[in-house]
Ligand binder design. Structure first.
Ligand code: SF4
Ligand code: SF4
Length: 242
């Protein structure tokens, strides 16, 4: 797996970058090999629904579920082809076959995004440019602001749900040394990755504090409720015996 090289400069939303990626560029698809493709809960929901697959079938065909080393929370990642190392969604001629629902990391490339607090305690977004020698988009003569690039890539709804997931991860990291029980890990998986399973559990009254009124919500809003539940109801001092 190739290590990223970051441009040392920090960029803000209004800063301009030079970048253009398009079908036909000499390096077309080169970035879709040997990628560590970790899906956020919102990435997974969008992809799974687009492919019209169950959670189990998707994971069995394309990925794996494991406990993230740093987050100590369940994650789903996509397995590359063991021989060619291509992403399973890549069509060599046409490009990405799941382009309308490609994961946020694919949309964001060649940028990396960080959230940090400024001196006033406000959350600010910082961007870094990833420079890999195979990516020729950096040499194209197109200039646009980071904000324009994010809008072009359809990232705004992804950030909304991914930032909530980042808050869950941040909460978990406050007590990373406290192991979670298997039951809790399973419940967290259901709450954030298995939305059909979450609907069933709510229907059967299996999750205390989640009322059947939530069943009228669309999937992404139910996912939002699931992530809030993990952050505010499961990862608490009381539950984890701080
Ligand atoms: S999901 Fe699409 S864009 Fe992302 S690595 Fe796979 S083929 Fe490439
Ligand atoms: S320009 Fe960069 S992002 Fe676009 S296809 Fe080439 S390697 Fe991938």
């Amino acid at each position: 797996m190739q290590e990223y090289v970051f441009d040392p400069k920090d960029y803000t939303l209004e800063d301009k970058i030079k970048f253009h990626c398009y079908k036909g560029i000499v390096c077309f698809n080169r970035c879709c090999y040997d990628v560590k493709l970790i899906l956020t809960p919102y990435d997974f929901l969008c992809l799974r629904k687009f492919l019209d697959m169950s959670v189990e079938d998707f994971v069995e065909k394309y990925g794996e579920v494991y406990i993230g080393e740093i987050t100590q929370l369940p994650v789903i990642s996509i397995n590359m082809d063991p021989y060619s190392m291509a992403c399973p969604f890549l069509n060599e001629k046409e490009g990405c076959t799941v382009y309308p629902v490609r994961p946020s990391s694919c949309r964001l490339y060649p940028l990396a995004r960080y959230l940090k607090k400024n001196e006033k305690g406000e959350t600010v977004e910082i961007y870094k440019i990833i420079r890999e020698t195979h990516c020729k988009g950096h040499y194209e003569n197109r200039e646009l602001t980071i904000k324009e690039y994010l809008e072009e890539q359809g990232l705004i709804p992804y950030f909304y749900y991914n930032d909530l997931w980042a808050q869950v991860v941040e909460k978990r990291q406050k007590f990373a040394d406290t192991p979670l029980t298997e039951d809790m890990l399973e419940l967290i998986f259901t709450l954030v990755y298995d939305i059909p399973g979450l609907r069933k559990a709510i229907e059967n009254g299996e999750i205390e504090g989640l009322s059947k009124d939530l069943l009228s919500l669309p999937d992404e809003k139910l996912l939002e409720q699931g992530m809030l539940y993990v952050k505010d109801k499961l990862l608490t001092e009381e539950n984890l015996n701080w």
